[in-house]
Design a protein. Structure first.
Length: 317
C-alpha cells in the first residue's frame, strides 16, 4: 500500500468526490443517525479540499504518520454528516480514517448535565438579584412560577417583570463559566486518546456514553490501519486540549443553529428558552475561538477567511 502522504499528495491534484451511498459509516456516538443531504455533501467537498494540504503537512510532521482533524460548530450544524463524509472520502482514497465523537466525553449524561446547567443558571440568577437589590419574597414567588413554566431564561418576560433582567444577566454569566469548560467536558480523556493514537498505539479503549446513567461503557478500537482521526465535536476547536492538527469550523448563526437542531429532532426540548440561551452562549465561545480554525465553511458551503466569517456573524445577528 502507498504511504498515506503519497496518496493524499496525488489527491491534491486529481481528487473528485466519489458518489456517496446512503449508508456510509458514521461516528461512534450511540444512537446518532446520519442523513446525508445535498448541503452536507457540498460542505464536505469544500472542507475536504481545503483540509487536504493541511492534512498532508500534519501527517509528514508526525513520526507515526498520524493526524487529527476536528469538525466543530454549533449544535445541529452538520458536524456528524460532514465528519462522516471526510472519513468516507479518506477511506475511499485508501487512507484509513475513523470518526471519533466528542459527545461521548461529557462528565454527565445529557439529562443530568441539563439539570446541572439549569441549577447553575438559576442559582447564579437569584444571587444576582440579591446582589442588585431587586430580590423580594413577592418576586421570589413570581420567579418560581416562571421557573415551573421554564420561562425564567426568556428575555421577552422582562417586559412584564423588569427585575428579571438582573436574574437573567447574572445567570447567563454563571452558566458561561460552566459551558464547554473542564467542569463539563472530560478534555483530559480526549487528549489521552489522541496522544495514544498519534504515538502509534494500535489498541485504544474508547468511551461510549448514551443518554442515561446505564448507557456507559468502553470499547477497544484497533487503530493499526488508521492514519487520520476525524474528531466530531462542538468543542473540537476550544483550545482546552492538545492533539488536533487541522481544526475545521462549520459556521452558523444562532438562528440557523436552532433551525438545524429542530429539524434534527435529537432533543424534545430543542426550542425552549433555556436551550436557545445555551446555543447563544455556545455561539459566543465558538466565535471567540474562530481565529484558530484553519478551515471555515459557511452555511452556504463557501470557504471563508476569518474576516469574512466575522462579517457573516455580524450580519446574522
Amino acid at each position: 500500500m502507498d504511504h498515506p502522504v503519497k496518496r493524499l499528495q496525488q489527491a491534491l491534484e486529481t481528487w473528485q468526490p466519489p458518489q456517496v451511498p446512503p449508508d456510509i459509516p458514521q461516528g461512534d456516538m450511540p444512537g446518532d443517525k446520519v442523513w446525508i443531504g445535498p448541503q452536507s455533501i457540498a460542505k464536505g467537498k469544500v472542507a475536504f479540499r481545503a483540509a487536504l494540504p493541511l492534512l498532508v503537512q500534519a501527517l509528514e510532521n508526525n513520526p507515526c504518520s498520524k493526524a487529527v482533524l476536528s469538525v466543530s460548530g454549533g449544535s445541529g450544524v452538520g458536524k456528524t454528516c460532514v465528519s462522516a463524509l471526510l472519513t468516507y472520502y479518506l477511506n475511499q482514497l485508501g487512507v484509513g480514517a475513523f470518526t471519533l465523537s466528542g459527545d461521548n466525553y461529557p462528565r454527565r449524561f445529557p439529562e443530568l448535565n441539563d439539570a446541572e446547567r439549569t441549577r447553575i443558571f438559576r442559582l447564579g440568577g437569584v444571587r444576582g438579584m440579591v446582589r442588585e437589590g431587586v430580590y423580594t419574597p413577592e418576586r421570589a414567588a413570581l420567579l418560581k412560577e416562571l421557573q415551573q413554566k421554564d420561562l425564567d431564561p426568556d428575555p421577552a418576560q422582562c417586559a412584564e417583570y423588569p427585575w428579571l433582567a438582573a436574574y437573567q444577566k447574572a445567570g447567563r454569566e454563571e452558566l458561561f463559566q460552566y459551558l464547554g469548560t473542564e467542569q463539563e467536558q472530560e478534555y483530559e480523556q480526549i487528549e489521552q486518546v489522541l496522544r495514544q493514537f498519534k504515538e502509534g498505539q494500535e489498541k485504544i479503549w474508547l468511551k461510549r456514553m448514551g443518554r442515561d446513567d446505564t448507557a456507559l461503557w468502553y470499547e477497544e478500537k484497533d487503530f493499526s490501519k488508521i492514519s487520520v482521526v476525524v474528531l466530531e465535536w462542538t468543542h473540537g476547536n476550544s483550545g482546552k486540549f492538545d492533539g488536533v492538527d487541522v481544526p475545521i469550523l462549520l459556521s452558523s448563526t444562532p438562528a440557523e443553529t436552532r433551525e438545524y437542531r429542530l429539524a434534527r429532532g435529537r432533543d424534545a426540548n430543542a426550542d425552549t428558552a433555556f436551550i436557545t440561551m445555551v446555543l447563544e452562549l455556545e455561539q459566543q465561545k465558538l466565535e471567540a475561538r474562530a481565529p484558530f480554525a484553519q478551515v471555515i465553511v459557511s452555511k452556504s458551503c463557501e470557504l471563508l477567511n476569518y474576516e469574512q466569517y466575522k462579517q457573516q456573524m455580524a450580519a446574522g445577528r
